[in-house]
Ligand binder design. Structure first.
Ligand SMILES: Cc1cc2nc3c(=O)[nH]c(=O)nc-3n(C[C@H](O)[C@H](O)[C@H](O)COP(=O)(O)O)c2cc1C
Length: 231
């Protein structure tokens, strides 16, 4: 009986540790970033949130990408002005649930696509102190300017050492690229350490009647941080 209980407690603890503590937040205009997010979801346990422009049906690529270009220029001209960022639909995210956030966004004119910049600008405080993974999809342009955007928009976040660039030539190989990236940034190790560290509650022991105990009893049942234990 005691053994069965111990196994139950162990399994419960493992389930809590394995529950999603990562959020993937993405924007996708033509579907490439959506495909990258699907690949990520096959490889890690994470919740997913989609950034959506408030204006529906805008063709950012029309007239040689003119609308997207204008939105990026507007941000670059006044990056500290909230009015520079295009409106996005409201998103309900409990940021306290996550220690790691993976941002997946397209590159527009060398920069992070405008709707994702709106999300990052509005949530820089919510993302402060969190581990940020950046995955950028472009047709062919490199992502150095997007990396600079991300650091400007999230000055208080902890970026992984390496970001991931996926271009149209290697998009079909995204599963392997993502797997390598997760390995290179030691994703499992970082998230596992946080899962162990984050509870950080003071240890409070009670008997089964709810009376406080000075320490854990040498034997028998006790309650620690709301969980039943046996020795
Ligand atoms: C407004 C706009 C500007 C773009 N600018 C560039 C660019 O400068 N260089 C590039 O390689 N790709 C550029 N692209 C292509 C996208 O980065 C690429 O197709 C990306 O994979 C799109 O991701 P999505 O399908 O998730 O929207 C641009 C796309 C749009 C809509």
């Amino acid at each position: 009986m005691k053994r069965l209980l111990s196994i139950f407690i162990l399994l419960t603890a493992l389930a809590v540790a394995a529950s999603a503590r990562t959020l993937i937040v993405y924007y996708s205009f033509t579907g490439n970033c959506s495909a990258i997010v699907t690949s990520l979801q096959h490889q890690i346990s994470a919740d997913v949130a989609e950034v959506q422009p408030a204006d529906e049906g805008v063709d950012y690529a029309a007239n040689n990408y003119a609308i997207g270009d204008a939105l990026i220029d507007q941000i670059n001209n006044a990056p500290n002005d909230p009015a520079s960022y295009p409106a996005i639909k409201p998103m309900e995210i409990d940021f306290s649930k996550y220690n790691t956030v993976i941002v997946v966004a397209p590159l527009w004119w060398s920069h992070i696509g405008a709707p994702m910049q709106s999300f990052l600008f509005a949530n820089s405080q919510n993302l402060a102190g969190k581990h940020i993974g950046l995955v950028i999809s472009s047709h062919s342009s490199g992502i150095a300017t997007c990396e600079a955007d991300a650091h400007r928009l999230l000055p208080d976040s902890e970026f992984f050492d390496q970001n991931q660039w996926i271009n149209n030539r290697n998009l079909a190989n995204r599963d392997a690229l993502i797997a390598d990236w997760l390995k290179n940034i030691k994703y499992s190790a970082v998230t596992a350490i946080n899962a162990v560290q984050e509870p950080q509650q003071p240890e409070r022991f009670y008997d089964l009647m709810g009376r406080p105990l000075p320490t854990a009893p040498a034997s028998g049942f006790y309650i620690l941080n709301g969980q039943k234990h046996i020795r």
